[in-house]
Design a protein around this ligand. Structure first.
Ligand SMILES: Nc1ncnc2c1ncn2[C@@H]1O[C@H](COP(=O)(O)OP(=O)(O)OP(=O)(O)O)[C@@H](O)[C@H]1O
Ligand SMILES: [Mg+2]
Length: 225
């Protein structure tokens, strides 16, 4: 039996091709990073491998801690590919197009982001394409290729700000949407208590990160106004 049986190509991006299929019978997706022809081939291979290793290392570590991320099934660094659990659901971008009350979903989005931040990790690319909403309405973060270990409050504020900016394009009421996300984000610290000291220092509290988001919004307004 072939472990990986491909089904159909779901997505062809600038950096990766995503195919659905099964892995030993389990619903899976294969993400294959594409070569970037404009870059020196050896340098490209090196950078792509580094990025993939970073993504896998963080995903394995965080998933082991119970964070809402897909399980990694298999990796082939020489092929620049990884096979992971397929999340049954839709990306947030598509969910926001449906005219229903998104409060519960956005709350879950905030919670998932805060769980990541509490591990001293920023996502680095928090677009509504990179947040999957499972069929039971909980948010699962994907595409951690730009994620990194972070202790400065600015990094966490920027993560939230990226999402805020993307809501402008995809949500009719950005402020209400973002408020639901923030509510979920703050609720995690209220439930789990103060964040433990990380190996690299103090991880900013949810309140500190949300305050920084507000500062970043003001900064952006000032510079664009
Ligand atoms: N584990 C998964 N389960 C279900 N769908 C997924 C999963 N991973 C990716 N997808 C689908 O494929 C799309 C693209 O995946 P992903 O964001 O990882 O790649 P990408 O954006 O091309 O990567 P990069 O930003 O590194 O170029 C997602 O928006 C989602 O629709
Ligand atoms: Mg993506």
């Amino acid at each position: 039996m072939e472990p990986w049986i491909p089904d159909e190509v779901l997505h062809t991006g600038a950096e990766a091709v995503v195919t659905s299929g099964t892995w030993f019978g389990a619903n899976a997706i294969k993400k294959q990073r594409t070569e970037r022809k404009w870059r020196h081939p050896e340098l490209d291979a090196h950078l792509t491998k580094k990025r993939l290793q970073n993504e896998i290392k963080l995903m394995v570590k965080l998933r082991n801690k119970g964070l809402p991320l897909p399980i990694i099934f298999d990796v082939d660094l020489s092929q620049r590919s990884m096979i992971m659990q397929r999340i049954d659901g839709e990306p947030l971008i598509d969910i926001l197009k449906i005219e229903v009350n998104h409060k519960k979903i956005l709350h879950s989005v905030g919670k998932s982001i805060r769980l990541l931040h509490r591990e001293a990790v920023t996502h680095g690319d928090l677009s509504t394409n990179n947040i999957m909403i499972s069929n039971n309405e909980s948010a699962i973060l994907i595409d951690l290729g730009l994620a990194k270990v972070e202790y400065e409050v600015e990094g966490f504020g920027i993560d939230l700000h990226v999402l805020h900016e993307i809501f402008r394009a995809s949500h009719p009421n950005i402020d209400a949407a973002m408020n639901h996300v923030i509510e979920g984000y703050l609720s995690v610290d209220a439930d789990l208590g103060e964040v433990q000291l990380g190996s690299g220092g103090t991880i900013p509290s949810a309140h500190e990160c949300v305050n920084r988001l507000e500062k970043i919004k003001q900064r952006v307004r000032y510079h664009s106004g």
